[in-house]
Design a protein around this ligand. Structure first.
Ligand code: NAD
Length: 490
């Protein structure tokens, strides 16, 4: 693997020679040393993307041919699945079985955008004048800055790179500085498949330096960002100066509403999955359990018992069911989050501390259930981004909906009930971008993903996920030009 930047069709070392060590969060082992871009490197990448876009070398390629490259990308990822999955697990500490599932989902995403690349043929508009041919055509936006987080590094990247390329754009990709490797592998694949130089560029490095020009440089037309709320606000403010298109996929504090008539075992199992898969490092994690009062004691007792039994371990530990947090700094953040809840009066039913023994080599935090909370508390309002679930109770449908909507976020939510009418009523009243009924967590490449409220705006996946990377242009053709005499001379 090159472990360098990829700019203008060439693997390129950072101009000022900076590097960064990548350690596996499961055990602290050194994974690799990679180049660390400066602002100047990123500007060079943006300029290469601009030149490539303006030359038409990719945007003028027939859309079906662009789609074929995405289909070939999917095939290459499937072929090298184990290598990709290991790179993802070594960077993130995520269990290898989860990384393998991610790689399947990523290949499916490339396939999907490969299939729909030529689906947007524009439309003819009736101008009300037989001499006029008016049409709407869709064109690529231009140079796209694609900025991604560390929790699902290549998945979040695929959701951006695939539609950006399908639509004919050029891009500069900046993965999280903590998890660069699958982005490097992806660029290797695109390079091998003959993506023209400058169309896809990769910069590695910290947000404040390597990332900074991506939201300020005048040659960037669109910023698509997945990450934290504070960073998203900052990027949006920066992008305002040059009026860039912006798409933000931010955090969530996602309600999982369980009614007394729900299938108890399925709801319980999914409450565990929602909260603790990938140690809760999931933007749509079910971190806010809202359960009907009549079943709450039994449901929460079982949740606590099962959470305590979850086995933690590294990517290749076959007994492990979930893994570490990404870094010591992130574990400190989760620790402070839980402590703030306790200081406000919440009760920790299980977890609330770091992993011990063998787990001390990595950044493990035990699955944590917190009750005796109310909506005014920071543990209920803020995203914890760790294996932490809060429990609230309700007695009426209206109360459940009010609780489930009562945060600044609106990414995803679930409702569990066997009453179909009630589930549909609640699905329509929840202010979240994805609603699961009697399930938790699935997403589909053909279904839009994104947030309401401060979980962001713009959509990834689905036809709208492609439309984000297109501009509509109206072409009005008068086939019988004539004098209007508006300014007729006397
Ligand atoms: P983060 O905001 O710290 O970083 C995300 C990316 O932004 C990284 O690549 C980082 O280097 C970059 N960055 C930071 N400052 C920057 C700047 N000034 N200019 C340009 N780039 C900059 O987020 P994170 O900690 O990596 O990821 C966790 C967050 O991501 C959580 O809040 C989670 O909910 C969110 N997330 C959301 C979704 C979604 O679909 N809505 C999916 C995954 C993760």
């Amino acid at each position: 693997m090159p472990n360098t930047l990829y700019i203008d069709g060439a693997w390129t070392t950072a101009q000022d020679g900076d590097t960064r060590d990548i350690h596996c969060p499961a055990n602290g082992d050194l994974v690799a040393t990679v180049d660390e871009a400066s602002e100047a490197d990123t500007v060079a990448a943006i300029e290469a993307a601009r030149r490539a876009f303006d030359s038409g070398v990719w945007s003028s390629v027939p859309a079906a041919q662009r789609g074929a490259l995405l289909t070939a990308t999917a095939a290459a990822i499937r072929e090298r699945k184990e290598e990709f999955a290991r790179a993802e697990s070594d960077d993130t500490g995520k269990r290898i079985v989860e990384s393998r599932i991610d790689m399947d989902d990523i290949a499916n995403c490339f396939d999907y955008f490969g299939r729909i690349a030529d689906s947007e043929a524009g439309r003819v508009v009736d101008a009300g004048d037989p001499a006029v041919r008016a049409k709407i055509v869709y064109e690529p936006v231009g140079v796209c800055a694609l900025i991604t987080p560390w929790n699902y590094p290549l998945l979040q990247t695929a959701w951006k790179v695939a539609p950006a390329l399908a639509a004919g754009n050029s891009f500069v990709l900046k993965p999280s500085e903590l998890t660069p490797h699958t982005a490097i592998l992806l660029m290797e694949v695109l390079d091998g498949l003959g993506l023209p130089a400058g169309v896809g560029n990769l910069v590695l490095g910290a947000g404040a330096t390597a990332g900074a020009p991506l939201s300020t440089h005048r040659d960037v037309d669109l910023v698509s960002f997945t990450g934290g709320l504070v960073t998203g606000r900052h990027l949006m403010a920066n992008a305002a100066a040059t009026v860039k298109k912006v798409a933000l996929e931010l955090g969530g504090k996602n309600p999982n509403v369980v009614f007394a008539d729900a299938d108890f075992d399925a709801a319980l199992d999914n409450a565990l999955n929602g909260a603790f898969i990938h140690s809760g490092l999931v933007c749509s994690a079910g971190s806010r359990l809202i359960v009907e009062e009549s079943i709450a004691p039994r449901f929460v007792d079982e949740l606590v018992r099962r959470a305590q039994a979850i086995r933690l371990g590294g990517p290749y530990d076959e007994r492990a069911q979930t893994g570490p947090l990404i870094s010591a700094a992130h574990r400190d953040k989760v620790t402070a989050y839980v402590e703030a809840g306790v200081a406000e009066g919440a009760r920790v039913r299980c977890g609330g501390r770091w992993g011990e023994g063998e787990l001390e080599k990595g950044f493990y935090y035990l699955p944590t259930v917190i009750d005796q909370v109310h909506t005014g508390m920071s543990v209920v309002q803020d995203e914890g981004f760790g294996p932490v679930v809060t429990v609230e109770t309700f007695t009426t449908e209206d109360e459940a909906v009010a609780l489930a909507n009562d945060t600044i976020y609106g990414l995803a939510g679930a409702v569990w009930t066997q009453d179909a009418g009630r589930s549909e009523r609640i699905a329509s009243r929840l202010r979240h971008g994805t609603i699961w009924i009697n399930d938790f967590g699935p997403y589909l490449p053909q279904a839009e993903w994104g947030g309401f409220k401060q979980s962001g705006f713009g959509r990834e996946l689905g036809p709208t996920g492609l439309a984000e990377y297109l501009e509509a242009k109206h072409i009005y053709h008068n086939t019988e030009p004539a004098v209007t005499d508006w300014f007729a001379e006397d």
